[in-house]
Design a protein around this ligand. Structure first.
Ligand code: WT7
Length: 660
């Protein structure tokens, strides 16, 4: 079975989605676990959930009170849908809340970040030390001309300094824009140009599976076409020889010596932008999702606390890269707001062998482990012998995020990694939601393998038909959120109209783009995306961006990209391509085009298959019919309506085309 299973639009009734999955196992929470948990029973969950919906002002006001505000909020929520403002009138600073707030308590000398490099070096930064580094780097940013409101791009590997850079930006109110270190130069360039960042923080290189990713060289290539960039700061990690342009490029280790460690945090308005993070949409260029300060802070703080049931002596390990939203919310901000100890690992999970993550769990005494289904399926394939070699008895809670987890992977995770002892929390959320929206609470919620279970406090989620009416139990439909929540995205950078589309698909509610059903207990079962967005190894990829990379190659006339089920990655990319006159459809050209996508977008987006075609199936209005291509890519028969197809013979030719 593959994730996204059970999702199919019925030709007969395009208004709803047919679900085919049946799963009836239920795991009640462990009694011992519940006894010590923040939320200990379903009664407690339901009471608090009801309060959060019936009196949101009181509920979120209390949640905000747990954090420091320089000026307290005057109003909890101003709901002007599609826009909402939270904690209005309040001023705060999220870096202050992540760091300074802990310095007057026993947490002062507690480890904030435990770090291990891929080659094996280790570092520990206590809250006091992390605070010091952040203050110094904030002063570096100031010295290089960064002012409150200026955007700072961060393109680094997984070193503690990536968190230092983000927190330093937050300290002075300069929105950060982190670009995942796996992106290629063109993607880096486009994101910098869209956000008009004035400074780029990077590394000379970063370690990945024993190889160096030459980050600074990629930045050089990118910013040759970025007029907004005035400076770069380069953290020396691998010791590469890199090109340093005098006046523009500065080594982190040198500029940090020239500043002191005194830095007053800038109190910013609750709605001051905290960061921009690009994510894929269905059409056109990536969307710069904008999150603001107060609501995001409250949302990540409270979800980390309750979903991971954080305790003072936990060692928390989230395997996500900081370059994705999971890394923002649940490697950096959420855990540090809670004063937790975070383990951060630089490299690949299978280097030097497939036991690396379990070695890390054993050696650092990891208690909470949070990863993605695509990783879990890889662990399954590598075999039980790897986790068996390590002592995983410290683990007490497991989490999953990024795509639907198939029940088999859930069961394996629970049995082999959790030793049938640890609760598993399947957390559903998105870059746009900022924080976890649907998830079990580990001491309260009975879990069902493959279900993200129930909504978090304050989240009014539902499954509806296209006309907005509620689906019956077990009827598949569209997952929507019916009221604003604190950590929701506020806009798309430079394109608020595009942001408003989230609220017009089904008027008045937030449209997630995911299909889902609720079972008889009200549990949510996610069924995958309903739009053209693909989910490859937990990474959201827009077909449009990949298609535009393909047609950017001189051999390509037209391209259409679809996903097909992939056992490991969830979805794999299949590209249908028509060639320009004079280019021969050779096997070599397929390789070249696959490489071309990898080098334009990043290796993680490398297509599994390139197929040549004489023509692509189109409607009379010229729209490519992806549904048909999807069916062909999946190896199935094309079903359903083809009456809008302009030229039926195209289909037969496509099916007959070579597909090695
Ligand atoms: C999309 C959001 C949010 C963290 C990482 C991805 C899918 C995410 C789950 C889950 C089923 C999930 C959805 C969603 N997704 N978590 N637990 N069960 N699907 O963030 O790149 O913004 O992608 O990932 O399709 O819409 P993202």
């Amino acid at each position: 079975m593959s994730p996204g299973m059970g999702l199919s639009f019925t030709a007969m009734n395009p208004n709803s989605i047919e679900s085919t999955m049946k799963e009836s196992r239920v795991f009640p929470p462990d009694e011992e676990f519940s006894k010590h948990a923040h939320i200990r029973s379903m009664e407690q969950y339901r009471a608090l959930y009801e309060k959060s919906l019936n009196d949101p002002e009181a509920f979120w006001g209390e949640m905000a009170d747990a954090l420091h505000w320089f000026a307290p909020p005057r109003e909890i929520l101003v709901d002007e849908r599609p826009h909402a403002r939270w904690f209005v009138g309040g001023t705060t600073n999220i870096a202050y809340n992540c760091l300074d707030r802990h310095l007057s308590s026993l947490r002062r000398n507690k480890a904030a970040i435990l770090w291990e490099g891929e080659p094996g070096e280790t570092r520990t930064l206590t809250y006091h030390q992390l605070h010091r580094e952040v203050c110094r780097f904030a002063n570096v940013l100031r010295k290089l001309g960064v002012r409150t409101g200026d955007r700072v791009a961060i393109y680094m590997g997984m070193v503690p300094e990536i968190a230092v850079a983000m927190l330093a930006c937050a300290r002075i109110g300069a929105p950060h824009m982190v670009i995942f270190g796996g992106f290629a130069a063109d993607a880096v360039r486009d994101r910098i140009n869209d956000s008009k960042a004035s400074l780029v923080v990077t590394c000379d290189g970063s370690w990945r599976r024993g190889q160096v990713v030459p980050l600074k060289a990629i930045v050089d290539k990118a910013i040759a076409e970025c007029p907004s960039v005035r400076h770069t700061v380069v953290f020396k990690r691998t010791g590469e020889r890199v090109n340093m342009e005098p006046g523009r490029d500065h080594y982190w280790q040198e500029v940090i010596e020239a500043v002191n460690a005194n830095s007053t945090p800038v109190p910013v308005e609750s709605e001051h932008p905290l960061f921009i993070l690009y994510t894929s949409g269905t059409t056109g260029k990536p969307k710069g999702i904008v999150h603001t300060t107060g609501g995001y802070m409250v949302g990540t703080h409270v979800t980390s606390k309750y979903v991971f049931d954080l305790r003072e002596n936990d060692t928390y390990f989230c395997t996500a890269d900081v370059g994705w939203i999971t890394g923002h919310s649940y490697v950096v901000y959420g855990p540090l707001l809670n004063g937790a100890t975070v383990l951060m690992y630089e490299g690949a999970p299978n280097f030097p062998d497939q036991g690396r993550l379990w070695q890390l769990c054993e050696r650092y005494g990891v208690t909470i482990f949070y990863t993605a289904p695509t990783a879990i399926r890889a662990f399954m394939r590598w075999g039980e012998q790897w986790p068996m070699k390590a002592d995983l008895s410290c683990l007490r809670l497991l989490g999953s995020v990024g795509e639907p987890i198939n029940p088999e992977a859930w069961m394996w995770y629970q049995r082999v990694i959790g030793n049938a002892r640890c609760p598993v929390v399947d957390t559903w959320w998105q870059t746009e939601t900022g924080a976890i929206m649907l998830s079990p609470l580990p001491g309260a919620t009975p879990t069902k393998p493959g279900s993200a279970t129930l909504p978090f406090f304050g989240i009014e989620a539902d499954v509806v038909r296209k006309d907005g009416t509620r689906c019956a139990p077990n009827e598949g439909g569209f997952l929507v959120i019916k009221r604003p929540w604190p950590s929701m995205a506020r806009t798309i950078y430079g394109d608020d109209e595009r942001y408003q589309k989230y609220f017009t698909e089904i008027p008045g509610v937030y449209f997630t783009g995911d299909g889902a059903r609720r079972d008889d207990d009200g549990y949510f079962w996610l069924m995958g995306r309903v739009d053209d967005v693909l989910n490859v190894a937990g990474h959201r990829l827009g077909t449009a961006e990949i298609e535009s990379a393909l047609v950017g190659h001189r051999a390509v006339a037209e391209a259409a990209v679809v996903g097909r089920p992939d056992e490991l990655k969830g979805q794999g990319l299949v590209c249908f391509v028509t060639l320009r006159p004079g280019f021969a459809a050779t096997r070599e050209l397929k390789q070249v085009l696959a490489e071309h996508v990898a080098s334009e977008i990043g290796r993680f987006a490398r297509p599994d298959m390139v197929r040549f075609a004489d023509a692509l199936p189109k409607t009379r209005s010229g729209k490519i019919m992806r549904r048909l291509l999807k069916e062909i890519a999946g190896g199935g028969e094309t079903q359903g309506d083809t009456t809008t197809l302009e030229d039926l013979s195209v289909l037969a030719a496509l099916r007959a085309s070579d597909d090695e």
